[in-house]
Design a protein around this ligand. Structure first.
Ligand code: PMP
Length: 445
């Protein structure tokens, strides 16, 4: 039913009455998406949208990718689910592929059903291995909604409660263009963050378990540190025996274009001790997981199972999706098409007071919006652009922490074509101009 129609209003009212208030809904008239194909989705009214948010990065390759649909249907026709207490061929196959791709030596893979659960497991492993519940996380980070993941998330909307099971210390460096070191050049910025970390560790208890970090902060507004920051951190971490967990839930699988994993932008650091993934690998099916060296993975003295992690139908989807990604060099596509899109968007934003920065890597592009002529983050501008882009048939994401609120997030399926990038950039340019003039005119929409 059309946005604003009686049927649509009724569904919205029922949603609001029965689901939590903290479940975010985009748009003044939230969308009901009922169909998808390639880089497009359709709403219940039959209106088509170019999807620049990939279902929040869950659609890695394309909506309704035929190989994935076929693999899921075939597996569903045999058996939907068994359990990890039995041998699971698709799970073993996917684990072998991911272990080889991870760069982690002697890697073991454990499958979960979400990014939250993947990080929760990584924290469990790291704290058990180090016998400490003290961890380091980045300011402005986001790692999920479980008790432990909330406890380390630095983003204000999920700031830790005093009841967190983990003691968390927050590290500078995830946000390049705001904060106390923003005015420094890359080298000095990195040196300042490293000195701050070393100073903090000097004062902390000696047994910090791990640093968890997103190579490019996702929810925090697609911000990344200078290349090599985590390599520099690692030297300090290793002096203290602290493990490095790279949260690749948004940055994995070639999305950043130049690298298959986000951690590779810091390659001197070598692979992380633990790596977590989720979102796009299942192309819409719930697949997450954690990769770790055998020594870390096997530190638990447990005899356990994962009821739904590694479920054959989700593994079949992920195997088909990953094969498509590798066979079609979608990392290369992310680099090429993402580079062009970044260029177009920078040109579109030139001269607009509402845009503070257009930044990105591959098909992970952020546009930071501010109240025109100021440095003040503007969630209001982001909402205006989102509504205008939707009118133009384009879906975008929003993000940003307390310092960066009001960032547009662009993360289309990795099969995005040049023509689609250009079409989306044109709609976005118009939407940015619409927001600029609405804000300049003092209107609020
Ligand atoms: N880590 C990162 C970097 C994320 O972006 C997210 C989801 N936005 C999560 C973890 C949590 O994943 P999920 O929503 O699948 O639990």
């Amino acid at each position: 039913a059309a946005a604003g129609s009686g049927v649509h209003r009724e569904l919205l009212a029922r949603h609001r009455a029965v689901l939590p208030d903290w479940l975010a809904l985009y748009y003044a008239e939230p969308l009901e998406i009922t169909h998808g194909e390639g880089r497009h989705v359709w709403d219940a009214e039959g209106r088509r949208y170019l999807d620049f948010f990939g279902g929040i990065l869950t659609t890695m390759t394309a909506h309704a990718l035929p190989e994935v649909t076929k693999a899921v249907a075939e597996q569903a026709g045999r058996i939907l689910h068994t359990s990890t207490v039995y041998l699971d061929r698709p799970m073993v196959e996917l684990a072998e592929r991911i272990a080889a791709l991870s760069g982690i030596p002697d890697a073991r893979v454990f499958f979960t059903t979400s990014g939250t659960e993947a990080n929760d497991t990584a924290l469990l492993l790291a704290t058990a291995h180090r016998r400490s519940n003290q961890v380091l996380a980045m300011r402005n980070s986001y790692h999920g909604r479980s008790f432990s993941a909330v406890g380390i998330t630095g983003n204000r909307s999920w700031s830790p409660t005093s009841l967190s099971p983990l003691q968390t210390l927050y590290v500078h460096g995830g946000v390049r263009t705001r904060g106390p070191f923003a005015h420094l050049d890359d080298e000095a910025f990195t040196a300042a963050c490293v000195a701050d970390l070393a100073d903090m560790l000097g004062q902390a208890r000696a047994d910090v378990a791990a640093l968890i970090a997103e190579p490019v902060q996702g929810v925090g507004g697609f911000t990344s540190p200078p290349d090599g920051l985590y390599a520099a951190f690692r030297e300090v971490l290793q002096q203290h025996g602290i493990l490095w967990i790279s949260d690749e839930v948004q940055t994995g699988w070639g999305r950043t274009g130049d690298h298959f994993w986000g951690w590779q932008a810091h390659a001197a650091a070598g692979p992380p001790d633990l790596l977590t993934f989720a979102k796009g690998i299942g192309n819409g099916m719930s697949v997450g997981g954690v990769v770790a060296r055998a020594e870390v993975m096997n530190c638990l003295d447990a005899n356990s199972l994962s009821t739904f992690g590694g479920s054959p139908v989700t593994m079949a989807a992920a195997n088909a999706n990953l094969a498509h990604l590798l066979d079609h060099d979608l990392q290369g596509n992310a680099r090429r098409v993402g580079g062009l899109l970044l260029e177009r968007l920078r040109a579109a934003a030139a001269g607009l007071g509402v845009v503070r920065e257009v930044r990105g890597r591959g098909l992970m592009i952020g546009i930071e919006l501010v109240a025109p002529g100021t440095d003040t983050p503007s969630p209001e501008a982001a909402s205006l652009v989102l509504e205008a882009a939707r009118e133009g048939g384009l879906l975008l994401g929003k993000g940003g922490g307390h310092a960066t609120a009001g960032v547009l997030r662009i993360a289309p399926p990795l099969t995005l074509t040049v023509a689609e990038a250009e079409e989306g950039a044109a709609v976005l340019e118009h939407a940015l101009r619409t927001a600029e003039s609405a804000l300049a005119g003092g209107q609020t929409a």
